[in-house]
Design a protein around this ligand. Structure first.
Ligand code: FES
Length: 915
């Protein structure tokens, strides 16, 4: 029922104040708090009580506000994150969350802190189990929970409050320091504004009408009559798109319509949109569309015979990729030992806790869109094509982004609100429902992989062949990137003299597969690293020693013929694991000697990832200046979706300039005022935008030193509109020019040096590879097939850790996503469109994670730093699967390794005696 047509007011105490909210008693408390009381610190992630983002305290007890009726709080006390900040528990938690980097994107932080506050109020000593129990109803997709647990335990021990008057503490330090997140305070103080938090009160609402079938023809009824009868402002279909009715992210593959025309290609595809007041949408009659369900194909296996999704792509093959080096087919028969296998993985949903959301407004002949995103400039250019505008007439103002992991690179909600606001000249907003988000957003590509690997009698790799088919869904999205990247990476970070890898992206009638942390590499690692264990077993070699024997070293050619003379750090990663490996193996042996039903296993896997786009220009630009008043300003356009680029890029810039991070004022992403720092994807921001920031800092420093006519080593400071230069114990003051705008200004770009690949995939695809090795320790119940994780040890070569605190956060979050891939996650089109059927790891599912940071340096990276985001989950799933095999003898060929799958593999292994 309409919130504007309340049946009387609801009296409650909200954050210490008596209020009366005009609302329908049956309305969701979360909606009433957000829209009536302005409590935008109450986040909505699912509206089903699954994610816990909306948790509030009701008379001191943590409840999900989305499944609490507003009428239930009559006469009671409600507290949200903002209110708790006025009390000791909230303040201790905020300080601890900031200290521990427990908020990454921050969308789950209100729910986490509210739940933790209730726990702290109960008093008494806490332990990890108690924290996990209290926070078990709140999901986090970024952090891996470990730092959240640390923060809550810390808050329970430390009474120290945040210093009064200092509510946004900034720790100091240059490159290499554990500087607290510079943009962290709004997240822990309930002030962060995400995609659905910024709409003006008078914004109209928009709803997208989507296909209920995997494939269907459709015809509309009388839309004008429907609009009038429903009291709507506007109904949009394909004919209302003034520019091109398509979008995409890869040039030449912009194949996804804003609104389908004639036929839909996947369940959840948009055919129309309706725009009106919230009241009109709440009472929306059935949309006048007639569907004709048609035969659909959901897997690559039937693709050649299925209806062609795109007429120009034969057999529904979108594109292929290949890397060939040496003569794999010729060398394989000469190998002393050969293993082969088929492996498959399913769709993986990104499951960011913030569903897609946006608001658009027309400003004269321009359109402005506020939205959660990973790629402001790509969004701008895509919207310009759809609206038939020049790119400069579209302004993207990103909000905070509550997780992305690849899927918020693509346009989602933005075209719909932009089209509507453009037509109506009124602000228009949308926030996807969880079901809509899961049904329509991109996914990790399902894979079907056949791989064969041979080694000589001493265990050195002789040859590998790889054939991978990837379900790219109905539209291209990042499918071409996956098809190209996988063959380059499928060898893993190992010296492979004879190699042939082929990949294909195949269209089906499913949601588009796109970018998801790793772009297909985690899937190929599942096959390659499991076969490595099987090969080591045949050889009678220790599994870690086998990998170490074969790992790439400086001077070795990769499978594309690229040679790194410095910075190849995979051997150091494996060496860092060795003591843990020996200890864990001994422990497992001891445990297994005395246990029959539950067996302990240890697994290891390696991984690598090339930072940035594959053999393509992908520059970043940074602008910086000094105001006449002496303020240093950094225009930092790299989207910080939780990974920490606001902090890391500032540290790099400040180090190059020679000032402290607290002296740098940040101007965040806005396509009108910050230059293009590219997309937040492919582990490119620390490396590429970081390099642009390094160059900008150095250029600004050079300007300042020239102005003061001092030497390179002079220290730079600012006081009262003057530059203060200290050199050799002497200070010199230099007046800043008092011009309009910046007194001093620089703009610098960096584009990584790569070379195109030839027809065999030979060339220089990336300037930098990061490498990693991880170890998993777990127990398997042989009767139930259940897996209990005990510990993950993750060694990562990051070149140089610009901020070790943030490095740990990335590792822990990536590992948690890898555990989900290994053990529980699989999106089934049309069936798992919510967060109670689609399971992601909870706080109780992630074991202790020990991060080991390796700093091998890199000749191209800023201060030697490499990217990290994708690398963190690549070895996790195969390490877990190898540990399951070690414990149980059963090899898992299709993920996820659910208890039923593990149990079936154990039984099959007992019957057949083989993997
Ligand atoms: Fe928890 Fe992003 S920090 S979901």
């Amino acid at each position: 029922m309409s919130l504007d047509d309340p049946k009387g007011g609801i009296a409650l105490t909200l954050n210490g104040e008596a209020v009366i909210l005009g609302a329908d008693p049956a309305a969701r408390l979360s909606e009433v708090l957000r829209e009536r009381a302005g409590a935008r610190d109450v986040k909505v992630g699912c509206n089903a009580g699954d994610c816990g983002a909306c948790t509030v305290l009701l008379d001191g007890e943590a409840v999900c506000a989305c499944i609490t009726a507003a009428g239930q709080v009559e006469g009671r006390v409600v507290e949200t994150q903002r209110g708790l900040l006025e009390g000791p528990e909230g303040q201790r938690l905020a300080a601890a969350f900031q200290r521990h980097q427990a908020a990454q994107c921050g969308i789950c932080t209100p729910g986490m802190m509210v739940s933790a506050a209730a726990l702290l109020r109960r008093g008494g000593a806490l332990n990890e189990a108690a924290v996990a129990d209290a926070l078990g109803g709140v999901l986090c997709r970024c952090t891996g929970y470990r730092k959240i647990i640390d923060a809550v335990l810390d808050a329970s021990r430390h009474k120290a409050l945040v210093a009064e008057g200092d509510r946004a503490p900034v720790s100091e330090g240059g490159v290499g320091a554990r500087v607290e997140r510079l943009d962290g305070w709004p997240k822990v103080a309930g002030l962060e504004r995400f995609g659905d938090d910024v709409a003006p009160a008078d914004a109209l609402s928009l709803r997208v009408i989507r296909s209920p079938f995997h494939r269907a023809g459709f015809t509309f009824g009388d839309l004008d009559a429907y609009r009038a009868a429903a009291g709507l402002e506007l109904v949009l279909t394909a004919k209302d798109v003034p520019g091109e009715n398509c979008f995409g992210v890869i040039p030449g593959f912009e194949d996804q319509p804003v609104f389908a025309e004639g036929e839909t290609r996947f369940k959840g595809e948009a055919v129309a949109a309706v725009v009106g007041t919230p009241e009109a949408l709440a009472a929306l009659p059935d949309f006048p569309v007639t569907w004709e369900e048609r035969p659909a194909n959901l897997t690559p296996r039937g693709a050649a015979e299925a209806a062609q999704l795109h007429g120009t792509r034969a057999d529904n093959v979108m594109c292929r990729g290949r890397v060939a080096r040496g003569d794999a087919a010729g060398a394989m028969p000469g190998a002393a030992h050969v293993v082969s296998g088929d492996f498959s993985t399913g769709f993986i949903e990104h499951a960011y806790i913030e569903p897609e959301a946006a608001v658009a407004r027309r400003v004269g002949d321009r359109i402005e869109v506020q939205c959660c995103t990973q790629a402001p400039y790509m969004n701008r250019d895509g919207l310009a094509r759809i609206l038939g505008l020049a790119p400069g007439d579209v302004r993207i103002l990103p909000t905070a982004t509550g997780g992305g992991f690849g899927s918020k690179l693509d346009l989602t909600a933005q075209p719909y609100v932009a089209l509507a606001a453009w037509r109506l000249n009124r602000p228009v907003r949308i926030a996807y429902t969880r079901t809509e988000s899961i049904a329509s957003s991109t996914k990790r590509h399902p894979s079907e992989i056949r791989m064969e690997i041979g080694a000589d009698a001493e265990g050195r790799l002789v040859a590998e062949t790889f054939d991978g088919v990837f379900n790219t869904g109905a539209y291209a999205s990042w499918g071409p990137t996956v098809a190209n990247r996988v063959p380059i990476h499928a060898s893993g970070p190992y010296l492979t003299p004879n190699y042939r890898a082929d990949s294909a992206g195949v269209h089906t009638n499913t949601a588009p597969s796109g970018a998801f942390r790793g772009f297909g590499v985690p899937q190929s690692a599942v096959a390659q690293e499991q076969l490595f264990d099987m090969l080591a077993e045949k050889l009678g070699m220790d599994r870690l020693a086998f990998r170490k024997l074969n790992c790439l070293r400086n001077g070795d050619p990769t499978v594309t013929g690229q040679v790194f003379e410095t910075g190849m750090g995979i051997e150091a990663c494996f060496e860092a694991l060795e003591p843990h490996w020996a200890w864990a193996l001994a422990g497992a042996e001891q445990f297994n000697a005395t246990h029959d039903t539950v067996k302990r296993g240890v697994g290891v896997a390696g991984g690598w990832y090339g930072c940035g786009n594959t053999s393509m220009s992908n520059p970043s630009t940074i602008r910086a200046g000094v105001t006449p008043a002496g303020e240093v300003v950094l225009h930092q356009g790299a989207m910080d979706i939780g990974q920490g680029s606001n902090t890391v890029i500032t540290q790099i810039f400040a180090e190059a300039l020679g000032v402290s991070v607290s002296q740098v004022a940040l101007v965040g992403p806005d396509t009108d005022v910050t230059p293009d720092a590219g997309k937040t994807s492919a582990s490119r921001q620390t490396f590429i935008t970081g390099n642009a920031a390094r160059l900008a800092g150095a250029a600004l420093r050079a300007q300042i030193l020239r102005l003061g006519n001092v030497g390179e080593g002079a220290e730079i400071g600012f006081e009262d509109g003057t530059i203060v230069l200290s050199e050799g114990g002497e200070k010199r003051r230099v007046e800043l020019p008092q011009d309009e705008g910046y007194a001093l200004e620089v703009t610098e770009s960096y584009d990584p040096p790569t070379l195109p690949l030839d027809e065999n995939g030979q060339g220089v695809p990336y300037a930098v590879f990061g490498t990693t090795a991880q170890m998993a320790e777990l127990e398997v119940d042989l009767e139930l097939g259940t897996v209990k994780l005990l510990r993950i040890v993750a060694a990562h070569d990051v070149g140089r850790a610009i901020n070790p605190l943030l490095v740990e956060g990335q590792i822990e979050g990536g590992v948690a996503q890898g555990l989900g891939l290994a053990l529980m996650e699989e999106f089934l089109p049309g069936r798992t469109e919510n967060l109670h059927d689609y399971l992601i790891p909870t706080i109780g599912d992630v074991p202790p994670i020990e991060s080991i940071i390796i700093e091998s340096g890199d000749e191209h990276g800023p201060f030697g730093a490499k990217g990290l985001g994708e690398h963190c989950l690549i070895p996790t799933a195969p390490a877990v699967l190898n540990a399951i095999a070690h414990a149980s003898g059963a090899r898992i060929h299709h993920l996820p390794a659910t208890p039923a799958t593990v149990r079936a593999a154990i039984l099959a292994q007992r019957e057949n005696g083989t993997e």
